[in-house]
Ligand binder design. Structure first.
Ligand code: 13P
Ligand code: ZN
Length: 268
């Protein structure tokens, strides 16, 4: 069967990158059952006139928020209840392409199959709306459930501003270098809620990755591998911390001076 993506090679590339990353999320143990979601803004890679001539394949559905900067935009979204490990092999059977109606408050599915988008759609679309509003080049948002970081979010001491960022930065130089904006903390909110979406948008204005307390992380990037790398680097630092603790000692951590030196060297 012909896919919508066959007409748009650049959109297809981006969706295939998301599928590749979906496999990594599963392999890393961050995507139990249907855990996590990925969305890709493919608006720039499709012919909008043709997109708007297409017949929808599902009902007009409310987003729950009004998002003017992505009105008329086109997105690939993981389906709700769908598995990352399945999306990795069959992206267009476990996700769908949606278009945002001109009012910025509703969407409809247009291809390939009527796979209802992720329950975290409000967060994803609110993030994309803010990225466009800010003139960002980022086009991908990933939510996943990395075990070590979720575990750390159960310690109230780590949820105070910058505590976890400094701890993770101090575990290995790469974290300071490649996650310069650190990890934002979003206090617990109901999954899929508009409140969670609003807080996430604020957090991602200051950071490339945020931690949803007792739930997971959200990362953004130009493409899916880039967003994935940000999470991967933070998880590596969390694993070093956890391994040291399970060996029975509290890791010393790099000094502030060593971290400042990195900041200078990498022009952060
Ligand atoms: P979906 O299957 O609806 O994408 O939900 C997964 C999830 O992680 C919710 O936070
Ligand atoms: Zn989740």
């Amino acid at each position: 069967m012909k896919s919508f993506l066959d007409d748009y090679p650049r959109a297809k590339d981006e969706v295939l990158k998301a599928a590749e990353v979906a496999g990594y999320l599963w392999q890393n143990g961050w995507a139990e059952r249907n855990g996590g979601n990925i969305t890709v803004n493919i608006t720039e890679h499709v012919n909008l006139e043709r997109v708007w001539r297409m017949q929808p394949i599902g009902p007009v559905t409310e987003i729950g928020m009004t998002l003017p900067h992505i009105a008329r935009g086109v997105f690939f979204c993981k389906g709700t209840g769908r598995r990352m490990r399945d999306l990795a092999r069959w992206p267009m059977d476990n996700g769908s392409v949606i278009r945002i109606l001109p009012d910025g408050a509703h969407y409809e599915m247009i291809a390939d199959n009527p796979v209802r988008p992720t329950s975290e759609l409000p967060s994803h679309l609110a993030i994309h709306d803010d990225l466009i509003a800010r003139g960002s080049t980022y086009r991908v948002a990933i939510h996943t459930h990395p075990t070590e970081l979720v575990a750390m979010s159960h310690n109230p001491a780590f949820l105070k501003p910058d505590v976890l960022t400094r701890l993770l930065w101090s575990m290995i130089p790469e974290t300071r270098a490649f996650c310069p904006k650190g990890l934002g903390i979003i206090p617990y909110e109901m999954p899929s809620s508009v409140k969670l979406a609003e807080e996430t948008v604020k957090g991602l204005q200051e950071h490339d990755v945020v931690l949803w307390e007792k739930h997971g992380v959200v990362a953004i990037g130009n493409d899916a591998p880039e967003a994935f790398d940000q999470i991967d680097v933070l998880v590596k630092a969390a694993q070093i911390y956890q391994d040291a603790r399970s060996m029975g000692f509290i890791p010393e951590g790099m000094t502030d001076a060593a971290m400042d030196e990195l900041k200078e060297a990498f022009h952060l």
